[in-house]
Design a protein around this ligand. Structure first.
Ligand code: G6P
Ligand code: MG
Length: 219
């Protein structure tokens, strides 16, 4: 039976994906190239450094020294932090809080599995922190999604076997990480993008513990 739900943060529980996109787009603009929403799909779930690498590739920029890379990543992050500092519970995605509460009420353990180093600030601002039994963020992991490290660490912290875990993810890289961790996955977004997910829903509002149980029987 399913014992634990592991949640990505950006794009699953909170609408921060748009702030990441805005900040990367602004950086691309300063560097003199266009950065589209389609390009942005490749950045979802990917760490800050790895995202910068992809952004520079999109712009056809290759000769950037390490020191300059760090400055660019920090510049993007300062804009991003400016946006999330103003966040509150109104920016929770549809159904997120309700589903977390439902997990609690049904004895299903919960963990955060995010690549973001800003996760603690976001959880504090939106009031989500008390709903997690374990938190794994970008400060605890060294290998970015699609590596399964973040989710395996979350399962270990909860003391639950990977096979009894379900991952909720909006990113291709995150779904791949779940598959590699030996976990079930629910994609949040478009079935055309999240092709490896076991189930895809537009938001957590379309999901429930009852669905989790139903789906277990058929999966
Ligand atoms: C999440 C987002 C990515 C972001 C990454 C690192 O996985 O989906 O878009 O790049 O976290 O976030 P950070 O807040 O540490 O820059
Ligand atoms: Mg995400």
């Amino acid at each position: 039976a399913i014992q634990a739900c592991l949640f990505d943060l950006d794009g699953v529980l909170v609408d921060t994906a748009k702030y990441h996109y805005q900040a990367w787009k602004r950086l691309a603009g300063e560097l003199g190239f266009e950065f589209t929403e389609k390009d942005n799909e490749r950045l979802k779930g990917v760490s800050r450094d790895a995202s910068l690498q992809i952004l520079l590739e999109v712009g056809g920029i290759s000769d950037v020294k390490e020191e300059q890379r760090q400055q660019l990543a920090e510049r993007k992050n300062s804009w991003y932090v400016e946006s999330i500092s103003r966040m509150d519970a109104s920016e929770l995605l549809p159904g997120a809080l309700e589903f977390l509460k439902e997990c609690r009420a049904n004895g299903i353990r919960t963990a955060l599995g995010s690549a973001s180093k800003n996760a603690p600030l976001i959880l504090a601002n939106t009031g989500l922190a008390p709903y997690f039994d374990a938190i794994v963020d970008g400060t605890l992991t060294s290998r970015a999604k699609p590596d399964p490290e973040v989710f395996l660490l979350g399962a270990a912290k909860l003391g639950v076997q990977p096979g009894a875990c379900v991952v909720f993810e909006d990113a291709e890289a995150g779904i791949e990480a779940a598959v590699r961790a030996g976990m079930r996955s629910v994609g949040i977004g478009s079935p055309a993008v999240l092709t490896q997910a076991d189930v895809v829903v537009p938001s957590l509002a379309a999901f429930s513990v009852a669905k989790l149980r139903e789906w277990q029987v058929t999966a």
